[in-house]
Design a protein around this ligand. Sequence first.
Ligand SMILES: NC(=O)c1ccc[n+]([C@@H]2O[C@H](COP(=O)([O-])OP(=O)(O)OC[C@H]3O[C@@H](n4cnc5c(N)ncnc54)[C@H](OP(=O)(O)O)[C@@H]3O)[C@@H](O)[C@H]2O)c1
Length: 328
Amino acid sequence: MTTRRRWLAAATTAALAPLLGSAASGAAKADRKTPAGSDTRPPGALPRRASVRPPRIRPGDTIGLMIPSSANWDPMDIDVLVDALASLGLKSKLGKHVYDRRGYMAGRDEDRAADFNAMVRDPEVRAIHCIRGGWGAARLLPLIDFEREETIAAAAEALSREAPFDLIINAAGLLHSHRFMPEKRFSDLNYAQMLETFRVNAFGPALIFRHFWKLIGDDRAVIAFLSAKVGSIADNRLGGWYSYRASKAALNMFIKTASIEIKRTKPNAVLAALHPGTVTSRLSKPFRGAEIGRAPNDAAADMLDVIDSLTPPSTGQFYSYSGERLPW
Ligand SMILES: NC(=O)c1ccc[n+]([C@@H]2O[C@H](COP(=O)([O-])OP(=O)(O)OC[C@H]3O[C@@H](n4cnc5c(N)ncnc54)[C@H](OP(=O)(O)O)[C@@H]3O)[C@@H](O)[C@H]2O)c1
């Protein structure tokens, strides 16, 4: 056991050493700069390579240790890692759930994501080290917290190694919560509900686009956002559901505007707003969704058919699950 422990410590030290700044010389390595005038990407895009080459870790820094996927079965491995980091002058901060177990995963998806999100937010944590990897990490993606832009940026960064993608779908959306139901009349309007609804339906998806657009390639690629027909201003005949309607209309405008801008750098990109129809889900449940909605699998299959049919000239439009073009 001692030999294994020593071997692990040495291996961890060797793996982390190149990441450390030159403590002896105290020299700071300058960030690589993009030559002036050569950056043709949309305004507001992350500076080129800035997210790929974060600032160097230096002795005294704190490293967050968490497990996004399968469990680490030998708790001693974590002690060894902490020792190895300490030998490099680094402090460790363990995620609350690193010792959790659920099947072969290191605890519930929500808890692993909570560890990750807590570390992204923690100003003391200078880098996050995933004690173990695995496909379970991908299960955390839907657990992006739209309240925190850093979690969206970090998810895009984590996926950048798998890029380019030819399909990105944002399905998050909010109609009601344990705090509110959709407004029936304007006397129901209040800031808290409007802000929360806009954050999930419009601002979060817009930031998803801001951080994920760079992950698509130069060939045909689709970025689709689940919108809702009730977000169509032209089609609004019944009124009500103010925040939901307005936030989906705002989402539609984000999509349209971004589709115009992205054409300049990615002419084969297709951005689309999709209406899934009424689907049996948590969202539709209080509105007889179980009786009148279609099965999620059918809705998803229909929308994938629509996505398959889209070509670059179809960008910046609003489509129903049936393939019909909807009015803005
Ligand atoms: N169902 C329908 O009849 C219907 C009709 C028209 C349009 N739509 C649209 O279709 C999309 C999918 O709806 P659905 O029926 O699948 O609804 P759902 O079952 O309520 O799922 C909504 C999804 O949004 C995520 N979400 C909510 N708040 C979030 C936040 N703050 N940060 C990150 N993610 C958050 C939820 O994550 P958690 O599970 O972690 O909470 C969940 O994955 C939505 O955009 C909705 O507006 C649905």
